[in-house]
Ligand binder design. Structure first.
Ligand code: SF4
Length: 264
């Protein structure tokens, strides 16, 4: 539905946005947080480590880290050199080690070794911004949150859901288009689509399930055969058994241990 001046009405925008989310949900039914974690502390640490690297690399690093330092108290007492050695593969390891030490010390000193479940508290922790706080709230506490990372911002603008660059504005404007209960799932769907199809440099428009609803169709390759070659799948199509197991709660770490190769 267009308004008199040819612009999309707010109602039409909301409908289109929700339809896109529905289709992305059908396309990526297994969309979950891609970081492996067993509790809020592990997710918080993994999210801090994920800056400037891939979730796959973080998932390869965290099992050894949590085996050695399973909680904020043990991590707060870690030797910085040992900590740096363990997290080195994630890059920026000196800064990240300092953040993790400061973070776990604050958790011990101010929150009795627990991760607080409120946005206002989480964003005051060292190394934790709004994005990390929303990841933790949405995935470890079940409190709906929109996670505006680079993929979410880019796709929201391509979808015409917002024109803003500022992540806080993106969060507010996109949040207003959806029901609060859908925010966390929406974040996963959009990030999955950004990683696999709607890439920053070469979006695969010709192989995109929401092409008909996207005002940016044509920004990338539209030829279906050429576009198909641009797709990136962590789980190749056809490996439904793995998808089913992930949907039933098995983590990447468990699937890897069971001998399934999950390439990025
Ligand atoms: S049509 Fe192109 S720009 Fe739009 S979501 Fe799909 S891949 Fe991205």
């Amino acid at each position: 539905m267009k308004t008199g001046d040819g612009r999309e009405s707010p109602v039409a925008l909301k409908r289109r946005a929700r339809k896109i989310n529905r289709i992305l949900g059908e396309t990526y039914p297994y969309a979950v947080a891609e970081l492996d974690f067993r509790n809020a502390f592990e997710l918080l640490v993994a999210t801090v480590l994920s800056a400037q690297t891939t979730d796959v690399r973080v998932n390869l690093t965290t099992p050894a880290l949590f085996a050695r330092f399973p909680d904020p108290r043990s991590l707060a007492e870690a030797e910085v050199e040992e900590l740096q050695d363990i997290i080195r593969p994630t890059g920026f390891f000196r800064a990240k080690a300092n953040s993790l030490l400061a973070l776990s010390n604050r958790l011990v000193d101010e929150y009795d070794g627990d991760v607080p479940g409120r946005l206002e508290d989480l964003v005051t922790l060292p190394g934790v911004g709004r994005k990390t706080a929303n990841v933790v709230l949405g995935n470890a506490f079940g409190i709906p949150g929109i996670t505006v990372d680079t993929h979410f911002g880019r796709l929201s603008r391509r979808f015409g859901w917002t024109a803003a660059d500022d992540p806080i504005k993106v969060e507010a404007e996109v949040g207003a288009l959806f029901e609060t209960k859908d925010w966390t799932r929406l974040s996963h769907h959009v990030v999955f689509h950004g990683r696999r199809v709607c890439h920053a440099k070469k979006p695969a428009c010709g192989a995109c399930p929401v092409a008909a609803l996207c005002p940016s169709y044509g920004e990338g390759e539209v030829d279906p055969a050429k576009a198909a070659k641009l797709l990136k799948y962590e789980l190749a199509p056809g490996r439904e058994e793995l998808l089913e197991r992930m949907r039933n709660g098995e983590t990447r770490a468990e699937l890897l241990r069971a001998g399934h190769a999950l390439g990025a």
